[in-house]
Write a protein that binds this ligand. Structure first.
Ligand SMILES: Nc1ncnc2c1ncn2[C@@H]1O[C@H](COP(=O)(O)OP(=O)(O)OP(=O)(O)O)[C@@H](O)[C@H]1O
Ligand SMILES: [Mg+2]
Length: 527
């Protein structure tokens, strides 16, 4: 695999400095191979795996090639979603930090067009935008491409889906004169060929080839689950792996909304993103996710392409994607720039065939896993503790700790006993905080003096509010009118009981039945 130092790529001192500031030690293979062609003015098709730096592969040549002394728009970058347009524009901002005469502008729908027109009038050399709004500006004459040097399609294959094709052709046809036309994506299906023939001249095909379409540092697995069990499975996996940030993909807006409500009801910090939200709502959700105010983002495929957030440790396909390409892009939101990640897919019934075709397309083996039982959760958590022990041994200075342990060794203990005892201590501390959940229920939004409990009813069990209150009153010593019923949803419910009875209800109701149907009861997670 061909990798170069940035200094070998004949870049300006401004770019070299910016790249150094960004902590990039060497150029990635797609950067090493695509940048020289782009600098010489060639048309390029660039294909490389997700998270391998395609943005800078086209972004650096853009910044090197525009003339800062001209106020004309000289480079146009087309992106399929607003979030991606914003992100690409930010990455260009970082790369162009020392090229301060170059102005870049993201242009997308949902944002005030007046403000965009004003910004364009001042003179902008690089425009990054989504097709609809760009066409709007072209029609109004507020965006002119008379001196355009480069047109770039990020996620080029996606631009041909979703009915973007006509828009893309309108835009590209509207650009006069000689320009470079550049396509980038992690996937390049056949239909892109037609576009290539029409708009590119002798393109240089830069394909960073691997056997697999997905990156090896993402652990891929699937779980066979009934539709009605998906929510439980997801909660358990999230509890078990405790990812810093995770991204959950659903196939419809409705499913996103529903899952957000269900997860919120279970006390997770979660929000949803889909095309049905207003732009300010979308911005707010993305910001909350980037700053880890929410830890789980449930989204449709609007978040599948290009989005680059470092700390996404897990991706879930709550619904298996409709197209194979989407699988590649969705899971590529984790495991970026060499980091590790996990991608788990839920498969129900016949969807197993879809999974098979995904494996064939990506040339990867997705291994089958079982939804963990409660004791598996314990074991995995232990494994995670030991993993971090290994990380600490690798990375930290342990001189002080080693000395303390050596002193203990002199007291006749062997080191394995000390290690085991310390592990036990750590585990106990963890389990204690679990059970103590009951104590800080006050934060779940319960009424003062009450604690909130979550009751999982299971599929199609027609249980009424009265049934739940009755069962609690019947099985415990709490009078029915002390039980506050919050709501009964499709498959779950919330109740509130006086704080001092929280533990008792949990204990007694742990394995109980209501109307002959077994239910699950657990503390609502603290907020
Ligand atoms: N040479 C480099 N060294 C280290 N990190 C890099 C380098 N180039 C880019 N990165 C970082 O790697 C991350 C992924 O880059 P980028 O978003 O461009 O990936 P991509 O190939 O476009 O992925 P996708 O197919 O998902 O859009 C970004 O955070 C970026 O800043
Ligand atoms: Mg990208």
């Amino acid at each position: 695999m061909q990798k170069k130092k940035f200094t070998e790529l004949n870049l300006s001192p401004e770019i070299n400095k910016a790249v150094e500031d960004m902590g990039f030690e060497e150029a990635t293979p797609i950067q090493s191979q695509a940048i020289p062609h782009l600098l010489t003015g060639k048309d390029v098709i660039g294909q490389a795996q997700t998270g391998t730096g395609k943005t800078a592969a086209f972004g650096i040549p853009v910044l090197e090639k525009v003339d800062p002394n001209s106020k004309d728009v000289q480079a146009l970058i087309l992106c399929p979603t607003r979030e991606l347009a914003i992100q690409v524009s930010e990455e260009l901002g970082r790369l162009g930090k020392y090229k301060n005469k170059i102005t870049t502008l993201p242009i997308y729908g949902g944002q005030s067009i007046g403000r965009q027109i004003k910004a364009l009038k001042k003179g902008v050399q690089v425009v990054i935008g989504t097709p609809g709004r760009l066409m709007d500006h072209m029609r109004r004459g507020t965006l002119k491409f008379d001196n355009l040097k480069m047109a770039i399609l990020d996620e080029a294959d996606e631009m041909l889906n979703m009915g973007f094709r006509d828009d893309i052709e309108t835009i590209l046809d509207g650009i006069k004169g000689k320009k470079q036309t550049i396509f980038f994506s992690a996937t390049m299906p056949k239909p892109i060929l037609k576009l290539r023939k029409k708009y590119q001249h002798n393109p240089e095909i830069v394909k960073v080839v691997h056997k697999k379409l997905t990156v090896p540092n993402i652990e891929q697995a699937y779980f066979e689950v009934n539709r009605s069990n998906k929510l439980n499975a997801l909660s358990r996996l999230i509890d078990m792996y405790d990812p810093k940030l995770s991204l959950v993909f659903c196939n419809t807006r409705k499913q996103v909304d529903e899952l957000v409500i269900q997860l919120q009801a279970r006390g997770y910090f979660v929000d949803g993103l889909h095309g049905g939200l207003s732009q300010p709502q979308r911005d707010r959700v993305m910001n909350k996710f980037k700053t880890a105010t929410i830890e789980i983002l449930v989204a449709t495929d609007v978040a599948a392409r290009g989005i680059d957030i470092n700390d996404i440790e897990m991706v879930f396909n709550y619904d298996i994607p409709q197209d194979e390409e989407y699988y590649v892009h969705r899971i590529g939101r984790t495991g970026r720039a060499g980091r590790k990640g996990k991608a788990f897919t839920f498969v129900s019934g016949k969807e197993i065939y879809k999974l098979k075709s995904i494996q064939k397309y990506t040339k990867t083996k997705i291994k089958r896993k079982k939804i963990p039982s409660a004791s598996d959760v314990e074991e995995v958590k232990l494994g995670l503790v030991l993993d971090s022990v290994a990380d600490i041994i690798e990375a930290d200075d342990l001189t002080k700790e080693t000395r303390l342990i050596e002193e203990q060794l002199e007291e006749d203990y062997v080191s394995i006993d000390i290690a085991a005892a310390l592990l036990k201590l750590v585990r106990e501390e963890e389990t204690q905080t679990d059970t103590e959940n009951v104590e800080y229920f006050g934060n779940t939004g319960a009424e003062p003096g009450m604690v909130r409990l979550f009751i999982n009813i299971g599929k199609k069990q027609h249980i009424s509010p009265g049934d739940i209150v009755g069962a609690i009153a019947g099985e415990t010593n709490i009078s029915g009118d002390l039980v506050g019923l919050i709501d009964v949803y499709d498959r779950y419910s919330f109740v509130e009981v006086p704080k001092e009875h929280g533990k008792e209800v949990l204990k007694i109701m742990k394995n109980t039945t209501i109307k002959g149907k077994s239910i699950d009861i657990e503390p609502a997670n603290p907020k």
